[in-house]
Write a protein that binds this ligand. Structure first.
Ligand code: ISE
Length: 351
């Protein structure tokens, strides 16, 4: 079978990272077309992998030498680009968010369902991380008993000033939204945001850190500490507390150093690229393998839509200080079989 020919739209940090992975580490795929608003960047990345540049993203989607599309453009461009891929009926890996508003995200779930095929995978890479897959397996196998609580910690060492509290919810907390839905296998029904004392490095009016509290359909509680200017390193931890025990991941305990002066310690990953590098590659390989068969293998449009809706409720909770309910509406039938479910398979989580 010939290689999957991929157009990568947007070659900022994530897009460029994926181009490199597709060219060096992923089997069965080749980047043939690169498109970016910044022509210099597009040419630089395209020439590094022998691809051509098509400046108009819609033209890139419809190019003859393109079988599938990876979307890593800013969120505001996703609606038009994802719909153009649906027009053509080709598989897509779309970085979060699926779109930037509830109505357009919901419309995409309906449109894809009406095609009767799952074509759009949303880039929630944590579902492919070995530790998250292991945690999910523990829950599914009943090793922790009935899960009661999930505690998440999400710290970035530093971010640019445009990262205000609203952006923190849409761009960072969105990962815990997906993790909670993935681990507990149920929808989030309400969101509350607690704002405390902000770090002195946060711009005026930005609450950093914040504690976000989710409730799920069955009444479980999920807490998320989001702190994006910790000044330390990349720390993403998740603890599930069940009736029969608890389990925690993200402790960065792989490498431990003991020194002659009697100190010990380990290394914390500096950013999400190091922490989730293997997960990104697994996500890509599984998407490529599925896309070659004309489908996806991972979180789908319903997961993308649910994340947009919960984040929207989170932003309202931030503004009003109230607990905000999430109304998802009816899930299109065709998604039921696969979307939101990634088989808890530890082997599969390794690239
Ligand atoms: C970024 O967009 C990511 O996706 C990272 O995983 C997250 O840690 C960071 O906060 C986001 O801004």
């Amino acid at each position: 079978m010939s290689d999957l020919r991929i157009a990568v739209l947007g070659v900022g940090m994530m897009g460029a990272f994926h181009v490199e992975a597709l060219s060096k580490r992923i089997r069965g795929a080749r980047v043939t077309v690169v498109s970016d608003f910044f022509a210099d960047k597009a040419h630089e990345i395209a020439s590094s992998v022998g691809a051509r540049v098509v400046s108009d993203p819609i033209e890139a989607i419809n190019a003859e030498d393109v079988d599938a599309v990876l979307i890593a453009t800013p969120g505001a461009a996703h609606d038009e680009q994802v719909n153009a891929c649906l027009d053509r009926g080709i598989p897509v890996l779309c970085e979060k968010p699926l779109t930037t508003d509830i109505a357009s995200a919901f419309a995409i779930t309906q449109r894809e369902a009406s095609l009767g095929r799952q074509l759009i995978q949303v880039g929630f890479m944590r579902r492919f991380d070995a530790e998250y897959v292991g945690l999910k397996k523990l829950i599914t196998e009943g090793a922790l008993g009935n899960p009661l609580l999930v505690h998440c910690t999400h710290r970035n060492p530093a971010v640019p000033d445009h990262f205000n509290s609203e952006f923190m919810i849409r761009d960072s907390v969105v990962h815990e939204v997906d993790v909670a839905r993935f681990l507990l296998d149920e929808e989030i029904t309400s969101v509350q945001v607690l704002k405390g004392v902000a770090t002195s490095t946060a711009p005026a009016g930005t609450y950093d850190p914040m504690i976000v509290v989710f409730e799920t359909e069955s009444g479980r509680l999920v807490t998320d500490e989001i702190y994006v200017r910790s000044g330390v390193a990349y720390e993403v931890r998740t603890e599930v507390v069940g009736e029969g025990g608890s389990a925690v991941i993200g402790l960065d305990q792989n490498l431990q150093v003991k020194t002659t002066d009697g100190r010990w310690g380990g290394q914390i990953t500096p950013s999400f690229v190091e922490r989730f590098g293997a997960a990104y590659d697994t996500e890509l390989q599984r998407w490529v393998d599925a896309a070659r068969k004309g489908t996806i293998d991972g979180p789908g449009t319903w997961d993308g839509y649910a994340a947009v809706a919960v984040c929207e409720a989170g932003v309202e909770a931030l503004r009003t200080g109230k607990k905000v309910q999430v109304q998802l509406g009816a899930r299109p039938a065709v998604d039921d079989e696969r979307s939101g479910v990634l088989a808890p398979d530890l082997e599969g989580a390794r690239p």
